[in-house]
Design a protein around this ligand. Structure first.
Ligand SMILES: O=C(O)CCC(=O)C(=O)O
Ligand SMILES: [Fe+2]
Length: 351
């Protein structure tokens, strides 16, 4: 067991042993659909998925699976290291365990949390929050002589591939929404866009009943991602659950070669609530260890965020009224950093 929790802490993250939730039927969007009718259909499927659950999977993404598997394997090997050796990497790889953010949220998880430099490299984030609570550290410390050396290079490469894919998804989304090319993708593509990479490791749940542990533990408590979109995959181990419109949880089946996309809070704002920022969580009930890697595509710090004017016109539901007041990404982050994981961070920006 790598995540060491005191008895009281274990009680805090125990989940009632309920039946497994139904398996989610996650819509697929083919990024490689050729221009013309097939691409239009893919764009329509993407928009429909964002409106319905705010969650879909991407096929035809062109990311080499060798890179994905190598990065996953290097991350898994890192998490196998003795506790002390991992902790040494807190400043270089943003290593942390069990505490998510600075407001008391706990999970059966250890992680790496990296900001992304203008050049695309991943550097340690200066906060453990799922929110990018502060700008990423200025420069990466050289770590080539440590166990993190090969891992760091792979994570850099992975991050570049993820940012590219996030932009490709946002381009298809813009087409589906009838927006100008680049209108969404530019937010994530800029050199100063506030993107992050998180690598989570959920050790197998402790053997019950010897450890007195409940069958289900919170790996990562329920929340929405604050950025525009998140690109997520795991090492084929289940545990991720998404909340449907009616609030019921659905289990996301292990992913094969696809990547999952979450609509984040910022995209909900940009679309004036037409797209849904998806609530999700990770439940640990498996004997297998789960490694997941999540790229968060966020906007530049000074970017003014508000519903896009093109999406306000003729918006049947809102009658052309903006549901959110304008704010900058910096303002949203500062406000979000004072919240617990499960809080609705958009509430205070509603008109
Ligand atoms: O580890 C996962 O699969 C999901 C974690 C997550 O939702 C997050 O880091 O924001
Ligand atoms: Fe998340």
């Amino acid at each position: 067991m790598v995540v060491v929790l005191a008895k009281g802490e274990l009680d805090q993250i125990a989940l009632p042993s309920a039946d497994l939730p139904p398996v989610a039927d996650v819509p697929a969007v083919d990024l490689s659909a050729p221009a013309g009718a097939a691409r239009e259909a893919a764009a329509r499927a993407l928009v429909a998925a964002c409106e319905e659950d705010g969650f879909f999977r991407v096929t035809g993404h062109g990311v080499p699976m060798e890179l994905v598997r190598a990065a996953e394997a290097a991350a898994a090997a890192f998490f196998e290291l003795p506790e002390g050796e991992k902790e040494v990497e807190a400043p270089t790889l943003g290593y942390g365990s069990k505490q998510i953010g600075g407001n008391g949220d706990l999970g059966w998880v250890e992680y790496l949390l990296l900001g992304v430099t203008p050049a695309g490299a991943a550097v340690p984030a200066s906060s453990s929050s799922t929110l990018p609570c502060a700008a990423a550290a200025a420069s990466a410390a050289s770590s080539s002589s440590t166990p993190a050396g090969p891992l760091r290079g792979l994570l850099d490469e992975y991050t570049v591939a993820m940012r590219r894919m996030a932009c490709a998804v946002l381009e298809l989304m813009a087409e589906g929404l009838g927006l100008a090319a680049g209108e969404l993708a530019r937010l994530v593509a800029r050199v100063d866009s506030d993107c992050m990479l998180r690598v989570n490791h959920y050790p197998p749940r402790p053997a019950a009943p010897a450890a007195g542990a409940p069958p289900n533990l919170t790996g990562f408590g329920e929340h929405t991602d604050p950025q525009i979109i998140s690109v997520l995959r795991s090492n084929g181990t289940s545990g991720l659950e998404v909340a449907r419109r009616d609030g019921a949880w659905a289990a996301v089946p292990a992913d094969g070669d696809a990547f999952f996309i979450n609509v984040g809070d910022t995209l909900q704002v940009l679309t004036n609530g037409r797209f849904r920022s998806v609530r999700h969580r990770v439940v640990v009930n498996s004997e297998r260890s789960r490694v997941s890697m999540i790229f968060f595509g966020g906007p530049p710090p000074d970017e003014k965020l508000a519903p896009l004017p093109e999406l306000l016109v003729g918006d049947g539901a809102g009658g052309g009224r903006s549901r959110y007041r304008e704010f900058t990404w910096t303002e949203f982050k500062a406000s979000g950093c004072r919240t617990r994981l499960e809080e609705d961070r958009l509430a205070r920006f509603e008109n």
